[in-house]
Design a protein around this ligand. Structure first.
Ligand SMILES: O=C(O)CCC(=O)C(=O)O
Ligand SMILES: [Fe+2]
Length: 233
């Protein structure tokens, strides 16, 4: 008689992991991977659920500090993750709310596709093409430098632009072409090391876009305590 098959963890992982067709995006000091993570139907469902579940910061929290002065930001934001996690960006500290069921589901799908784990997500909601995010690097000291930032996009497709730090502003030191992508509904963009050291990124305004977009950047935060720990020998 044939031996009854026992499921092991590795079988389950193999059963559920669908290798994605990844597109590699490379330039000097830039290393990204791009794939469609969700089908149109699933992305539609997830977008709708997030619209119901995510609680965005209210006015006074939805501000950035530039040279000590507070400004309103041209989008809405929220942070979720493991209990007690704090993250400071743009000069403001944010406490993570506990994962919602949909954020949990998307985080697990990203982990399954990448083999990486994340303990925090920053949610950005762009109500239309007027909302945007200016050039910046995600290089906060709390981020685990060994873990990529995983960016999931839902809703309106938007342009995303990388610019090398030495090729920015008037009279740049070097001429390096920007790297431009369109982030589609249901897509996943992995920003691997050392991208965020050398390249700034932005989501420019696109006034003709009338519909909303929600972006989730999954991150791995190391606590200050963990960072300072020394090996025991
Ligand atoms: O909306 C996006 O695609 C980018 C968001 C972003 O760069 C960030 O949250 O740091
Ligand atoms: Fe960013």
């Amino acid at each position: 008689m044939r031996e009854k098959r026992r499921w092991r963890k590795t079988d389950i992982a193999a059963e559920f992991s669908h290798p994605l067709p990844w597109r590699k995006i490379e330039a000097e000091g830039l290393d990204c991977d791009y794939a469609l993570l969700f089908s149109k139907d699933e992305a539609d469902r997830l977008f709708k659920q997030l619209e119901e579940e995510v609680e965005y910061f209210t006015e006074e929290k939805a501000q950035v500090r530039v040279f000590g002065k507070l400004h309103s930001i041209p989008r809405k934001q929220a942070t979720y993750g493991e209990p007690g996690l704090m993250y400071s960006f743009s000069g403001v500290q944010h406490l993570a709310r506990p994962w919602t069921p949909t954020l949990d589901y998307i985080r697990d799908a990203v982990t399954e596709a990448t083999g990486r784990t994340f303990n925090f997500v920053l949610v950005n909601r762009y109500k239309d093409g007027h909302d945007h995010i200016g050039e910046h690097r995600d290089d906060e000291k709390e981020l685990d430098p060994g873990c990529p930032i995983a960016s999931v996009s839902l809703g309106a497709a938007r342009d995303f632009v990388f610019r090398h730090r030495e090729a920015r502003g008037p009279g740049p030191r070097r001429h390096i072409d920007p790297v431009k992508l369109e982030l589609a509904h249901g897509s996943l963009l992995l920003m691997n090391q050392p991208t965020n050291t050398h390249w700034y990124h932005s989501l420019p305004a696109r006034k003709r876009i009338l519909s909303p977009r929600v972006n989730l950047t999954f991150r791995r935060i190391v606590s200050q305590g963990q960072k300072e720990q020394r090996p025991s020998q």
